[in-house]
Write a protein that binds this ligand. Structure first.
Ligand code: AMP
Ligand code: GLY
Length: 418
């Protein structure tokens, strides 16, 4: 079978890399892909949101399955578009993807179905939002409802800051239409953890836990980023008893909710969780694979990814299991200097030939026989070993062999898991 992966980041590199290993896959295509993805797939210069052109390509090339990486393609209805053309695609419909693309919709879904989440309110009127804020204790969390490239969440330390956040989001429209509505909620204290589960509408298959490091600098300081590194499993944060609670309180209720609300969700559900003294609370739902969580999960997956995606689409997850390597995995992101703020591109990358780890490319492009930086997050250096500590050492040993001008990485990825 020919498969098409849509997207251009490290997540898509990891998905294409894993799909390529399937004996059932003849060829992998990636649109638009990047310099490193070209090692495992044929890159096609089509944008992830150009649904019409992607449909045409899939038909012309005889693609048997398309796998969608980015959230905005799902929110834009790419799955509905492909299916209406009789093409097979992995991911939730536009209507179901509102669980990620509208935080108000997600919050109402959680409340309706008893899924634990932060207490708060949802507003389409800024004055009502501010009146609600006035009655809350600080810190206060203000969220733009729509997709805002991970930047639409503000943790306000004072009431004035929370009011200002409402003004920026709803009146000044800093995030455009993503700010038509806001969610205001209590601040939760605890440890964050990422859960991934394939969901076929009837049941789910839970993946091992992972933890992302969202801040740019060591010790969780600095600005929020797309994610500076991951490790899996995160079983110190999500021990078996807590995982059981996640199954019962989040995943089982999620499936019940899908059926009650008649939502066609077949795809990857990735809830961001806060593990609090009162148990797990859902911070947000993502309806796609996480980046860079996918890099460590694919490194550890010992089953055929294509079989799992097929079982999800055909609602056969109940009869299906997944094998995982017992070895922990660590992914360290090497980013361009300045990221998540402004940064330069086009820096030559050296040392890639001298590493043992698997290097998933995010912002790179190929020029002649060398790779150049081409984005904020550049590489995800991903290592497996018998223990988390050894995986961490292997990843960092290889990070030190790779060079590009201005390279920045955190030195404490996975430290919390040890
Ligand atoms: P979200 O996009 O909703 O996951 O929020 C982005 C980040 O903001 C999360 O990864 C958390 O670090 C933080 N966050 C969101 N909601 C809360 C909350 N209610 N309490 C504490 N931190 C939060
Ligand atoms: N790693 C966070 C995300 O993919 O949203």
């Amino acid at each position: 079978m020919k498969v098409l992966v849509i997207g251009s980041g490290g997540r898509e590199h990891a998905l294409a890399w894993k799909l390529k290993q399937s004996p059932r896959v003849a060829e992998v295509f990636c649109a638009p892909g990047n310099g490193g993805i070209a090692q495992v797939a044929t890159c096609v210069p089509l944008a992830a949101n150009d649904h019409g052109a992607l449909v045409q390509f899939a038909k012309r090339e005889g693609i048997g399955l398309t796998v969608v990486g980015p959230d905005d393609a799902l929110a834009g209805g790419i799955v509905d578009h492909f299916e209406s053309e009789g093409l097979r695609i992995f991911g939730p419909t536009k209507s179901a993807a509102r669980l990620e693309s509208s935080k108000v919709f997600a919050k109402q879904f959680m409340l309706r179905h008893g899924i634990p989440t932060a207490a708060g309110g949802q507003f389409s009127d800024p004055a009502e939002a501010c009146a609600f804020i006035a009655k809350m204790a600080v810190p206060i969390v203000v969220k733009a409802s729509g997709l805002a490239l991970g930047k639409g969440v503000i943790i306000a330390q004072t009431h004035a800051e929370a009011d200002a956040a409402v003004r920026e989001i709803m009146v000044e429209r800093k995030f455009g239409d993503a700010g038509t509505e806001v969610v205001i909620e209590e601040f939760l204290d605890g440890l964050e953890c990422s859960i991934h589960a394939l969901v076929d509408g009837r049941g789910y298959l839970l993946f091992p836990s992972a933890q992302d490091h969202k801040r740019a600098l060591d010790g969780d300081r600095g600005l929020n980023t797309g994610g500076m590194g991951t490790f899996s499993p995160a079983d110190k944060i999500l021990p078996p008893a807590m995982e059981k609670r996640v199954r019962v309180e989040v995943m089982d209720r999620f499936i019940t909710g899908l059926r009650a609300d008649d939502l066609d969700f077949r795809g990857m559900l990735f809830p961001g969780l806060m593990i609090t003294p009162n148990g797990p609370k859902v911070l947000e739902f993502n309806c796609r694979f996480g980046d860079p969580e996918t890099q460590v999960l694919m490194a550890r997956l010992d089953s055929d990814l294509l079989d799992l995606l097929d079982a999800t689409i055909d609602r056969r997850l109940g009869k299906c299991g997944a094998r995982w390597l017992p070895s922990p995995a660590v992914c360290v992101i090497m980013a361009s200097g300045g990221y998540p703020g402004g940064y330069e591109k086009g820096k030559p990358i050296t040392g890639l030939d001298s590493v043992d780890a698997t290097v998933f490319h995010a912002g790179t492009k190929r020029e002649g026989d060398r790779y150049l930086t081409n984005g904020g997050r550049v590489l995800g250096v991903t290592a497996l070993a018998a223990t988390l500590g050894a995986a961490r050492e292997r990843a960092y040993a290889d990070v030190k062999k790779i060079h590009f001008e201005g390279a920045h990485y955190r030195t404490d990825i996975a430290a919390r898991g040890l």
